[in-house]
Each structure stands twice: as structure tokens, then as C-alpha cells.
Design a protein around this ligand. Structure first.
Ligand SMILES: Cc1cc2nc3c(=O)[nH]c(=O)nc-3n(C[C@H](O)[C@H](O)[C@H](O)COP(=O)(O)O)c2cc1C
Length: 168
């Protein structure tokens, strides 16, 4: 596999757990962990394959560290970049904005020419609306620690298997 970055905030607890599980499932030393809170344009563009950790915060918004990096992304040409998103959200606490951050991030990355991979079925989730939903899929992996924590490992493992095919 080509060098792949998992980019997420090193200051998050739940997102970090999932990022580490993803790295473990890849079982590949070509996977590099990068702190989203310190990411530079140069570092971001140095990877052709990326996995971004995007929890949803503030009733349907991106966390600050991604919000602050968006102007830089707006100036990028991401043609040829393969990017997969994993999102954390709470379908019971925030049913009207479940996983919205993944939807916003997906839209921005696609507008800059990136190819998005790793879409997953909405089956097994109950919510009212989600910006991340495209037909019967999410634009990435959905993890709900609060309500379906016990399913996280199997969801991550199945996703990594899918990504190993889609990245190659
Ligand atoms: C203040 C607050 C607002 C949140 N807003 C949303 C939301 O709008 N949509 C959603 O799906 N989850 C929402 N969540 C749930 C978080 O996405 C979830 O707890 C996630 O696991 C946080 O991951 P992190 O701690 O690694 O950042 C919110 C949580 C908090 C505490």
C-alpha cells in the first residue's frame, strides 16, 4: 500500500481510539498518524492517500481544528488524492445533525477534486437527518460511541478491509 496518513486530533479521546484501531487493522507500517491540530498545507499535500477523523460538534458542525484548516483546503488542488472519512456522532443525542461534519467535509474535498472512498451503509443507524447521507450510504464510516460502542470494532475492521481494496 502507498504511504497513507490518518489525520485526526491527538487531543480527542474517542476519535483517537478509532484512529488507533484503524491503524492496527491496517497492520501496515506505511500508515502514519498525523495531528490534525498541527497539520500544514505542505504535510497534507504530501500524502496521496488519507484517512481523516471528523467528529461532529456544536450541533452539526466541524470541530475547531478542522474548521480552521478549511481555508487552506479551499486553496488546494486535490485531484488524484484518495481520501476516506471516519466520523463520530451521537444519533440519539443529535438525531437532526447526525454525523453532519462528515457531510460538510466530504463536499469540500470533492469540490477540490479529491476522490472519496469508504462509503458505508446507513443500515443499523436511527436518526432524523444527516448531511453525511448519500442515498442509503454515509460518505464515510459512521461510529457512534455513545449508543453503539460495542459495534465500533467490527465496523472499523470491515471498513479497513473495504479501504484496502479501494485504495489499491
Ligand atoms: C457539545 C456537543 C455537541 C455535539 N454535537 C453533535 C452533533 O451535532 N451531531 C452528532 O452526530 N454528534 C454530536 N456530538 C457527539 C460527538 O460527535 C461524539 O460525542 C463524538 O464521539 C466526539 O468525539 P471526540 O470526543 O473524539 O471529539 C456532540 C457532542 C457534544 C459534547
Amino acid at each position: 500500500m502507498n504511504k497513507t496518513a490518518i489525520i485526526y486530533s491527538f487531543n480527542t479521546k474517542k476519535t483517537e481510539k478509532i484512529a488507533e484501531r484503524i491503524k492496527e487493522a491496517f497492520n501496515d507500517e506505511m500508515v502514519e498518524m498525523i495531528n490534525a491540530e498541527e497539520i500544514t498545507e505542505e504535510a497534507f499535500l504530501s500524502f496521496d492517500q488519507m484517512i481523516l477523523g471528523v467528529p461532529t460538534w456544536f450541533d452539526g458542525e466541524l470541530p475547531n481544528y478542522w474548521d480552521e484548516f478549511l481555508p487552506a483546503i479551499e486553496d488546494m488542488d486535490l485531484k488524484g488524492k484518495k481520501i476516506a472519512l471516519f466520523g463520530l456522532g451521537d444519533q440519539v443525542g443529535y438525531p437532526e445533525n447526525f454525523l453532519d461534519g462528515v457531510g460538510f467535509m466530504a463536499e469540500i474535498l470533492e469540490a477540490k477534486g479529491a476522490t472519496l472512498l469508504g462509503f458505508t451503509s446507513t443500515e443499523g443507524f436511527t436518526y432524523e437527518s444527516s448531511q453525511a447521507q448519500r442515498g442509503d450510504q454515509f460518505a464515510g464510516l459512521a461510529i457512534d460511541f455513545e449508543n453503539q460502542g460495542s459495534k465500533s470494532k467490527e465496523r472499523v475492521d470491515a471498513w479497513v478491509e473495504q479501504l484496502q481494496k479501494e485504495f489499491s
